[in-house]
Design a protein around this ligand. Structure first.
Ligand code: GDP
Ligand code: MG
Length: 186
């Protein structure tokens, strides 16, 4: 799918047709962005996914009794948030992902959060951000405490969740739906 979509309308009402919401997943290679995207779209965990694939997927969802076309950009940055133009203005909400068993991935999040904070300072309306610790099933190898996650999220005014792409589907769906809710609140 091409990257030609414009920024979605987020506050459509019935007379303006179905609502749309563009979500962007960010984070270092290997934190589980693609696994989370596939889980949300298919309810399945796919353990091996082309690590260099970046794409946009579309799904018709019902969030709080309202139909909404959710588009998910599963990004693949080789060098952190360098070429961020392609998603900064497109996004209605960001999910910044790290892996709880990898401190480097958590540090990597901070760069993304700084880039997004700068963007939000300059442009209105603010684009909501969710900080998301993935691989909760790897709790015994945890390197990033829940407190660390919460502290970083509150520093940047984000919501915070921990999930696993290979455990239950409802928790993952909840995070994506929460992103849609925040985006539509504007
Ligand atoms: P991406 O580079 O951020 O898109 O990361 P991927 O989705 O390709 O995942 C990188 C690796 O982590 C793959 O081997 C996945 O199977 C694995 N992975 C992703 N999510 C989870 C998770 O929640 N738990 C565990 N144990 N492994 C995961
Ligand atoms: Mg990927």
């Amino acid at each position: 799918m091409s990257l030609m979509f414009g920024k979605a309308r987020t506050c459509s009402t019935a007379d303006r047709g179905p609502a749309e919401c563009n979500l962007v997943l960010l984070g270092v290679l290997g934190c589980g962005k693609s696994a989370l995207t596939v889980k949300f779209l298919t309810k399945r965990f796919i353990s091996e996914y082309d690590p260099h694939l970046e794409d946009i997927y579309s799904s018709e969802e019902i969030v709080d009794q309202q139909p909404v076309t959710v588009r998910v950009m599963d990004t693949c940055d080789q060098e952190g948030p360098m070429n961020s133009e392609r998603y900064l203005s497109w996004a209605n909400a960001f999910l910044v992902v790290y892996s709880i068993d990898n401190m480097e991935s958590f540090k990597g999040c901070q760069l993304y959060l700084q880039t997004l904070a700068l963007h939000n300072k300059t442009f209105r309306p603010q684009t909501p951000i969710i900080l998301l610790g993935n691989k909760l099933d790897m709790d015994r190898y945890r390197q990033v405490s829940q407190c660390d996650g919460e502290a970083l999220a509150s520093r940047f005014g984000c919501l915070f969740f921990e999930v696993s792409a290979c455990l239950d589907f409802p928790s993952v769906q909840h995070v994506f739906y929460e992103a849609v809710r925040r985006a539509r609140r504007g």
